[in-house]
Design a protein around this ligand. Structure first.
Ligand code: SAH
Length: 259
C-alpha cells in the first residue's frame, strides 16, 4: 500500500461514484482492493466490487431486488463490530458519501466506539447526470445556485419541502430519489412560481450502459418519468442550465449546431 492510511481495525466510507467503474477515484479503487470486508449499497455496481481482493468479504446492506434493507442502526453496528474485530472495513456507497448517504450516522457510530473512520469522496449522481445530458449545472447569469434536494419522504409521511425556496429563479435543482414524487415536485414548484416551461432533464442510470436521458419541461415532468422502472436510479435536473445544449448556444448567440 502506498500509504499507511488503512490499518487493521479502521473504517473508510468510500464513494463508489455513479456506477461506471472508471468514475471511481484512484484512492477509492486502492481502498476497495485493500479491504478485508466491504459493506455495500444496492446502487454499487458489480464492476466496482470486482476490484476487491478475492478473499475479501462482501456484504450487501442495501435494499433492492425485493430483499429487505438493513436499518441504519444495524448497519452502524455491523461496521463497528467488523472494525473492532480487527478488519479493514470499507463502507461503499453510491456517488459521494456526503450526499444523502447517511454518512453522519456511520461516522458518529465509529467515533463513539473509538474506531478510526475516514471518508473518500466520490462523483455524485448529479454530476454524472449533467455530464450524460451534455449540460452544466450552472449557467453564467442564469443559474447561479445549485440545490441538491431529496424528494424521498419516509414511508407513510407526506413530502414536505420548502417549495418557495426551491422555486426561486436562477437556480438549478438536482432532485435525488425523485422519480416517485415527480408529479408532486412539478406541481409544488409551479404553484410556488417556477415557470411551467422551465427545462428539465431526467437522467436514468447515469454513466451506466443502460443510461437514458429524457428531456422536457417542468409541466410535463410526470409524463417524462412514466416509462422509468421503479428500481432504476433517476436524477431529476430542473432549471435553465439543463436546457438542451444547442438551445443554450442559440440563446447566447453562438452558432446553432442542431435544430
Ligand atoms: N450518495 C449518492 C446519492 C444516494 S441517494 C450520490 O452522491 O449520488 C440515491 C439516489 O441517487 C437515487 O435515487 C437517484 O436519484 C440518484 N442516483 C444514484 N445513482 C444514479 C445514477 N447512476 N443515475 C441517476 N441517478 C442516480
Amino acid at each position: 500500500m502506498p500509504h499507511d492510511d488503512f490499518p487493521p481495525a479502521s473504517v473508510w466510507l468510500v464513494g463508489a461514484g455513479p456506477g461506471d467503474p472508471e468514475l471511481l477515484t484512484r484512492k477509492a479503487a486502492r481502498l476497495i482492493a485493500a479491504a478485508d470486508m466491504i459493506f455495500y449499497d444496492a446502487l454499487v455496481g458489480p464492476a466496482v466490487l470486482d476490484i476487491a481482493a478475492p478473499d475479501a468479504e462482501r456484504i450487501s446492506v442495501g435494499k433492492r431486488s425485493g430483499r429487505h434493507s438493513k436499518d441504519q442502526a444495524t448497519i452502524d453496528a455491523l461496521i463497528v463490530a467488523a472494525a473492532l474485530s480487527g478488519q479493514r472495513v470499507v463502507r461503499l456507497k453510491g456517488g459521494d458519501p456526503a450526499i444523502f448517504g447517511r454518512t453522519a450516522e456511520e461516522v458518529a457510530a465509529c467515533r463513539a466506539a473509538g474506531v478510526t473512520v475516514r471518508i473518500c469522496p466520490g462523483i455524485t449522481a448529479a454530476s454524472a447526470a449533467a455530464a450524460a445530458a451534455g449540460t452544466a449545472l450552472t449557467l453564467r447569469g442564469e443559474a447561479r445556485r445549485l440545490t441538491f434536494v431529496t424528494a424521498h419522504a419516509r414511508a407513510g409521511e407526506k413530502l414536505v419541502l420548502d417549495w418557495a425556496a426551491l422555486a426561486a429563479e436562477q437556480g438549478t435543482l438536482a432532485v435525488y430519489m425523485g422519480r416517485a414524487a415527480a408529479t408532486t415536485v412539478a406541481q409544488g414548484l409551479i404553484a410556488a412560481g417556477r415557470r411551467a416551461d422551465t427545462p428539465v432533464a431526467v437522467v436514468v442510470n447515469a454513466s451506466l450502459p443502460s443510461e437514458r436521458i429524457i428531456r422536457g419541461k417542468l409541466s410535463s415532468l410526470a409524463f417524462l418519468v412514466e416509462t422509468i422502472g421503479e428500481r432504476d436510479p433517476t436524477m431529476l435536473l430542473v432549471g435553465e442550465a439543463v436546457r438542451a445544449p444547442a438551445r443554450v448556444a442559440a440563446r447566447r448567440g453562438v452558432e446553432e449546431v442542431a435544430s
